[in-house]
Design a protein around this ligand. Structure first.
Ligand SMILES: [Zn+2]
Length: 269
């Protein structure tokens, strides 16, 4: 009996270190951040950025069954400009980079279940590969082609944001090169999709905390900019204060992690 009690408390402590159930829930906008939907190739050092199609489907089903309303970037812009409230359980599903596996494995699920998604595209790599990674540590995989991206937009399921031209660390570039990455990617995506591109995500989150780079992104005409920081962002959003934070879904996460992220802004210590 005594041993059982000790085991119980040790388990409780261990799981409380792994899962932040003990945090209180925080208000704010929920923006999920995914990368690749599929199985990591041999040699991937970034396995946690791959979420299996089965898990992805369960997560989207979970959101919808719990009454979450999935939004597009344009819904967020409209609400902000019009001063209208967001649905109480609003959530944005975002994907970084624009992989072909989003087209193959995520879009069909979103379409079937009736959810909206948003993809931050690296415009110079459309139809190519994740060229910014060193293939020795993260294998190159296909990025979605322009035809695939257009098909997803035409379905009404997916909207796009910019993730620069080439996925650089913006703060490491000369200011005029960083400005070009930010503004020229917007222009090219608008030409490619015939729509205003109103959202920007800083590659690696680099620049989201640099006032000059934020000013550059907002000055280029993006209504929304997104960081790579874990958390929820108070809404209405104080745009001058900070970029919009996100909730990172890892390959190993379960629905319990998702639930904690949505309510607490994190599932971990
Ligand atoms: Zn990225």
């Amino acid at each position: 009996m005594k041993i059982a009690a000790i085991v119980f408390f040790l388990t409780l402590i261990a799981s409380s270190v792994r899962w932040a159930w003990w945090r209180s829930s925080v208000p704010g906008l929920r923006v999920l951040c995914y990368h690749k939907i599929g199985r990591p190739p041999a040699g991937s050092r970034l396995k946690e950025l791959w979420v299996s199609p089965e898990k992805f489907r369960l997560q989207i089903k979970y959101l919808l069954s719990r009454g979450y309303a999935t939004l597009h970037f344009s819904d967020l812009v409209k609400a902000r400009n019009g001063g209208t409230p967001l649905p109480e359980k609003a959530v944005l599903i975002t994907f970084d980079d624009g992989y072909e596996n989003n087209y193959l494995n995520a879009w069909p699920v979103l379409k079937e279940l009736g959810a909206k998604g948003n993809i931050f595209v690296v415009s110079d790599t459309i139809g190519k590969a994740n060229l910014w990674h060193d293939p020795a540590t993260e294998p190159w995989v296909n990025m979605a082609t322009l035809a695939q991206l257009r098909e997803m937009q035409a379905s009404g399921v997916i909207e796009y944001g910019s993730h620069t031209l080439s996925h650089p660390r913006l703060s490491a570039l000369p200011a005029e090169d960083a400005a070009w990455e930010i503004s020229e990617s917007k222009r090219r995506l608008e030409t490619a999709f015939g729509r205003k591109i109103s959202a920007f995500a800083y590659p690696y989150g680099d620049g989201a905390d640099v006032p000059a780079l934020r000013a550059c992104a907002l000055g280029a005409g993006y209504a929304l900019d997104f960081s790579f920081r874990q958390g929820k962002t108070p809404w209405p959003w104080d745009r001058d204060a900070s970029a919009i934070d996100r909730l990172f879904i890892r390959g190993g996460d379960g629905l319990w992690d998702l639930a904690l992220q949505l309510s607490r802004g994190t599932s971990r210590l």
